[in-house]
Write a protein that binds this ligand. Structure first.
Ligand code: KG4
Ligand code: ZN
Length: 342
């Protein structure tokens, strides 16, 4: 009999819900983005995020059930994002998942948000096989991981300060672009010359796989302030130079991680993996290394419910059936502490 997992994502500013079927794959998915709500403040306001998840989550669950032509009693299990993320926002997903699970007498699983991102490219055709190197680049994380097997993740490198997405968001503010900054910078950079300004490539000559992005943001601020008046072309050239510097830095560290581990598969995931310049720079690098690059379609790079439903499906067999009634979340949760038996 096929199993159907309802996935719930509420860790930040998107309410994502999806149903994954063990035989047919993704049956339905819906996403409500709170970007318009937070845009006026230039970033996510946690209390507003939680309240909006409360308003949107149950209607979205009804919609995915409708889309898939199912009712609640057709579900076999529920997975939700247990962490890391904003505590109030996570609690909305946790409370809803646990209550539904209790009412329906089905297992409920807490999923690590970054594991959800890491597994999302496996939803595509021709997926990678374990082991592989994964570059996780989101608004809150920039990590290089050796994914040895499902649930067995070794941290190869981490950011010492800002995450890649955070650097995009902060640099966008310097260029008076709106939130979230990544897609805005990418759009502006299309008409820019990435070689006009010589951006530093942070940590590139330091051994190891760690990153640092705060210097790039400071460099951009100093560069922008050096102009008396910034033309549209100047802004585009700054955006393109910044984007290229991030892509080259990430690529260098990925190359090192591939060599160090002997892996020939590189998976990129998280919001910044939607960036086309990053994909281009990385595909040139992996070709030279005779390795392969894997990523998800753009809607599965940023936060979504499908990756949580899919992670729940993959982890389903590894989870104990015992119902845990306590509603708890893990706002901070290092991914290498995950195991294949939670
Ligand atoms: O994974 P995600 O949706 O949420 C977190 O878990 O943080 O990532 C959001 C981040 C934001 O910082 C956003 O600016 C960035 O991903 N982002 C991009 C692009 N699309 C989203 N950065 C660069 N280029 C993009 N096309
Ligand atoms: Zn995310």
């Amino acid at each position: 009999m096929s199993e159907r997992i309802l996935g719930i994502e509420t860790s930040c500013d998107e309410t994502g819900v999806a149903i994954y079927d063990s035989e047919q794959g993704l049956l339905a998915e819906r996403l409500f983005s709170q970007i318009a709500l937070h845009k006026v403040y230039g970033g996510v306001i946690p209390e507003l995020a939680s309240r909006d998840h409360v308003a949107k989550l149950l209607p979205l669950i009804d919609e995915v059930l409708n889309d898939a032509n199912l009712c609640l009693s057709d579900l076999s299990a529920i997975s939700f994002t247990e962490g890391p993320g904003l505590v109030g926002a996570l609690m909305v997903g946790a409370a809803t998942a646990k209550s539904l699970g209790l009412a329906l007498s089905i297992p409920v699983m807490g999923i690590h948000h970054m594991e959800g991102h890491l597994l999302a490219p496996l939803l595509e055709d021709n997926p990678p096989n374990f082991p592989f190197v994964a570059l996780l680049v989101s608004g809150g994380h920039t990590q290089l991981i050796l994914a040895k097997a499902l649930g067995e993740y070794e941290l190869l490198g981490d950011t010492l300060d800002d995450a890649a997405g955070e650097a995009f968001d902060k640099t966008a503010k310097i260029l008076s672009l709106s939130y979230p900054g990544g897609p805005e910078i990418a759009k502006l950079a299309q008409s820019g010359n990435p070689d006009r300004f010589v951006f530093p490539l942070p940590m590139i000559n330091r051994p190891g796989c760690d990153f640092s992005f705060s210097g790039l943001k400071t460099f951009t601020a100093t560069l922008v302030n050096s102009f008396e008046k910034l033309t549209e072309q100047d802004r585009a050239d700054v955006a393109a130079g910044f984007e290229m510097a991030v892509a080259k830095t990430l690529s260098k560290k990925c190359e090192r991680a591939l060599k160090q581990t002997g892996c020939s598969q590189l998976v990129i995931a998280g919001g910044v993996s939607a960036n086309l310049r990053l994909r281009d720079v990385l595909s040139v690098m992996v070709n030279k290394q005779q390795a392969s690059l894997f990523y998800a379609r753009p809607s599965l790079c940023t936060d979504n419910g499908a990756m949580i439903a899919f992670a729940g499906f993959l982890r389903r067999k590894m989870m104990s059936e015992k119902p845990l009634l306590a509603i708890q979340v893990k706002p901070r949760w290092p991914m290498n502490l995950l195991s294949h038996q939670t």
